[in-house]
Ligand binder design. Sequence first.
Ligand SMILES: [Zn+2]
Length: 278
Amino acid sequence: MPNYLMFAGLILMACLPQAASAQQWQAVQGDVLLIEVPAAGRHLEVRAFGKAWPWKQIDGQHIKAWIGVDLTTKAGDHKLLVRGEPIEQRHVIRVNAGSFRISRIEVAKKMAEFDAATLKHIREDQAAIKATYSMQVEGDPDIGIHKEPAEGIISTPFGAQRYVNGEPRSPHSGIDIAAPEGTPVINPLAGRVLLARPMYLNGNTVVIGHGNGLVMVYSHLHSLSVKEGEWLEAGSRIGGIGMTGRATGPHLHWGVRFNQARINPLTLLSGTSNLKKE
Ligand SMILES: [Zn+2]
């Protein structure tokens, strides 16, 4: 190779950012994983589980990114890509199975077996909630909260395998917080009310979108006191705990979706939880 070409090659190598060595993170099903990697530039993309995840530059050389590990993600190693110009980093997320308990409830027959009209109603409710998961909301929050929306006792934890009147149902995609009727439910993060309406199984339900794909669902509320389209600051009241819809006692069902992934709400908390365990 002519000397001048080798020299040009050396200069080019010196200008390229150092290729980041592969890292591995551990996560449990339902976690929000916060990662930091050396990367810079406006056209980065962080990809895992077939989706792009939000990221922020933290200094000239590093970014942080949040990745949601859905409740039913297969345990094992999954690829994490940080795509930028000119390099692509390949990392690994090792997903560990959560230890989820079994939860059995007994309810009146009309809350477990449905005629065609009721089934239609339930499916419409579910579709309305699902539609909110992909709604665009302004705002660029860090994916985390400082406080739970209500005080109380966790009566059904995240991921519990549920049986209703002995029949297996889908795993519990949120946590249930049992507390006296009327206990305040406080918005933990600023956002827009995407849905506020009564539902057959979920009772009075409010869905709030926060931006960056983060959406929170509050069900079985005593009454509906916020309006669809309204912007709610952190710390404002969403409503009170109730037992509307299918509920065996007053409790809040609190669900979190992040880029559609079903997330354990407690993994969003920056500190320790004040909720009591049953
Ligand atoms: Zn629940």
